[in-house]
Design a protein around this ligand. Structure first.
Ligand SMILES: NC(=O)C1=CN([C@@H]2O[C@H](COP(=O)(O)OP(=O)(O)OC[C@H]3O[C@@H](n4cnc5c(N)ncnc54)[C@H](OP(=O)(O)O)[C@@H]3O)[C@@H](O)[C@H]2O)C=CC1
Ligand SMILES: O=C(O)C(=O)CO
Length: 311
């Protein structure tokens, strides 16, 4: 009898957690971690994050490829893909972890914590009178599954939030804008920027020297999505000159960030090692399993990615 197997691969996610989570939803699914071996012809589904080059070539009967994360840029830019639907995770656990990071990073600047961190290192009691959150204009670039929730949460806290996406959104408390023509004005009117845009052909180096120069002097820039949306060299130059006052960066062109990278030496750059959010298997599994059920019934899976659009 032909097996209906799923192959799992991830350098960072726990296969045991996914095995258990999927067993609770689909007890009949044959869950295989890549190293388990078995006949690749029996594999109908792949659940993968950053699999090695050539990984997919073996799975000639694949019916569904689920990206074990939100961003599909690394997956779409490979030459071993088989022509099957690609889905991304939609994970309430990932949404709340991401929102917690964005709130932390924005609030660290809004409440002057970066100034107090430096004052503490100098051994100085340094009073800065707090500002009302309603005076602080935050721009969230990208209002998708993660960006929309972060933007709304910031607005709920009292920040003055603007959001930007490709198509116009309606998010309570957030002034939403769409399209390239509205970007320059937004860059000029906010003081904290959060990139939550996917890396696509359209967003590549979207924030270059020109766009960074449109931001008010001393603006704060937070990148939790992908480094490719920013011209890294232009950002380094802007951080050196103080045109961009501070940056919080979770994502980089090369990861791990090489020891020689200029970011390490910049006191105004706060670095985290690509963990703004992660997948929570117990919460993400429901939709992963539902997509498999749908594909078994010959229906389209949930959260399908458009490879042409790039997200
Ligand atoms: N650092 C980390 O730990 C993590 C990082 N990520 C990154 O976060 C990114 C965002 O995630 P998620 O919210 O789920 O993504 P989505 O795909 O759900 O949303 C993407 C958003 O970006 C907008 N967008 C895309 N292209 C453009 C463009 N050319 N101009 C204007 N807006 C554009 C989309 O607009 P529209 O709504 O109109 O389509 C949409 O609002 C992921 O792609 C991934 O790279 C994700 C998880 C963890
Ligand atoms: O899900 C994603 O896109 C991530 O970057 C996870 O770290």
């Amino acid at each position: 009898m032909k097996r209906d197997a799923l192959v799992f691969y991830s350098p960072v996610d726990d296969p045991a957690a996914w095995r258990d989570a999927l067993a609770s939803e689909l007890p009949d699914l044959d869950f295989r971690v890549d190293e388990d071996g078995g006949d690749p012809a029996e594999v109908s589904y792949a659940l993968c994050w950053l699999p090695p080059k050539g990984f997919f070539q073996r799975f000639r009967n694949l019916k569904l490829l689920t990206n074990l994360g939100a961003g599909v840029d690394a997956l779409l830019n490979r030459d071993d893909l088989v022509p099957v639907p690609i889905t991304r995770l939609s994970d309430p656990g990932m949404v709340s972890l991401m929102t917690s990071y964005v709130i932390f990073a924005v609030t660290r600047y809004a409440r002057d914590m970066h100034i107090f961190e430096r004052a503490k290192r100098r051994g100085e009691w340094h009073y800065v009178h707090p500002r009302a959150l309603s005076e602080i204009k935050v721009c969230v670039l990208g209002l998708g599954e993660l960006g929309a929730h972060a933007a709304k949460s910031l607005a709920d806290m009292g920040y003055d939030v603007r959001g930007w996406s490709r198509s116009l959104k309606t998010i309570p408390g957030v002034a939403c804008h769409a399209g390239r023509s509205s970007l320059d004005a937004l860059l000029g009117e906010c003081e904290i920027f959060v990139s939550m845009l996917p890396a696509t052909n359209d967003t590549h180096a979207l924030l270059g020297a020109r766009e960074l120069a449109l931001m008010p002097a001393g603006a704060k820039f937070i990148n939790v999505s992908r480094s490719a949306v920013v011209d890294e060299a232009a950002l380094v130059a802007a951080l050196r000159s103080g045109a961009i006052g501070e940056a919080t960066l979770d994502v980089f062109g090369a990861e791990p960030l090489p020891p020689s990278h200029p970011y390490w030496a910049l006191d105004n750059v706060f670095i985290t090692p690509h963990l703004a959010s992660i997948t929570v298997p117990a919460l993400a599994v429901r939709d992963v399993a539902e997509s498999i059920r749908r594909v078994r019934r010959g229906e389209a899976p949930l959260h399908q990615v458009d490879p042409q659009r790039g997200y």
